[in-house]
Design a protein around this ligand. Structure first.
Ligand SMILES: [Zn+2]
Length: 286
């Protein structure tokens, strides 16, 4: 059994068909990320979860929409966070990649405000963090020398880690030291088929090195100079959850020694036991 720990079901209209396709390839349960196209529809993923027993949801304001972290929208998020099927806050974080993203102080404020909401609701977070490393020159000029990973870990140290709640570093793209810091802080690392995409960056953390790696069908970040359209994080084509098997097998199974039983979906269980006790894990799953 596979659990997709990060998919954007609200991108699709025929949800029953999407779920049927996912189940046909062994993806039994899904975490629908509730960022919508902005806070106005961050509730849509939860609506889907409430209509489908195998779907759980998050809610959050993506860093590219940080300028919309108004008191009203944060209040909406706090309300969504109370729903038992909203099992995490996210994806939230920092994104120093797109030239027209909100400025750094705006992103920091939105992130910290949402960390506080997650703490108050006692729910995990799922993190989006993207540096300007591969951005267009103008974006690099805008954000450098700031480093999104350095800033993110500093904000987490102050506002999140003392509360000892779990979280996911979604589509992890940091270096080995940042992976170690994240694991030490209780985070799980999710990989979307990209851990070996960065030959320019040696010693990228390898998923076989820990049992806190997770699968998801979200596409990895691309070094593309795309322009902002309707909503910046929507400029990348989404993969439907049925692609999780390909992504998961690439990042986990094929690279693992056959003697090491490993089920990345099983890793999901201890992440948030108070929320995930609904997930059923076959005792012999490997
Ligand atoms: Zn996402």
């Amino acid at each position: 059994m596979l659990i997709d720990s990060h998919c954007h079901l609200d991108d699709y209209e025929n949800i029953p068909a999407i779920l049927a396709n996912a189940k046909a390839v062994g993806v039994q349960q899904l975490l629908a990320i509730g960022i919508g196209n902005g806070p106005a529809d961050m509730h849509v993923a939860l609506d889907i979860a409430n209509a489908h027993p195998d779907v759980f949801a998050t809610a959050g304001i993506h860093p590219q929409e940080a300028h919309q972290a108004t008191p009203e929208n944060l209040a909406k998020l706090a309300t969504l966070a109370q729903d038992p099927r909203c099992i995490a806050i996210g994806e939230i974080g920092l994104d120093y990649y797109h030239l027209d993203n909100p400025d750094i102080p705006t992103q920091h404020a939105a992130f910290v405000a949402q960390l506080k909401i997650a703490v108050a609701a006692h729910k995990p977070i799922t993190i989006h963090c993207r540096t300007s490393e591969l951005a267009i020159p103008a974006a690099k000029a805008k954000y450098e020398p700031a480093d999104a990973w350095v800033d993110l870990l500093a904000l987490l140290a102050e506002h999140w880690i003392p509360h000892q709640l779990p979280g996911i570093m979604h589509c992890f793209s940091g270096n080995e030291a940042q992976a170690a810091s994240s694991l030490a802080a209780g985070f799980y690392l999710s990989f979307a088929g990209h851990p070996d995409r960065r030959p320019d960056r040696p010693r990228q953390p390898h998923p076989r090195r820990n049992r806190r790696s997770l699968p998801h069908s979200h596409p990895p970040p691309r070094p593309a100079q795309r322009t902002r359209q309707r909503s910046p994080h929507r400029t990348l084509p989404r993969r439907p959850p049925r692609h999780l098997t390909r992504s998961s097998s690439r990042t986990h199974h094929q690279q693992l020694p056959p003697a090491l039983p490993f089920n990345p979906s099983r890793n999901f269980a201890p992440l948030a036991p108070f929320a995930f006790k609904a997930f059923a894990f076959p005792a012999t799953a490997a």
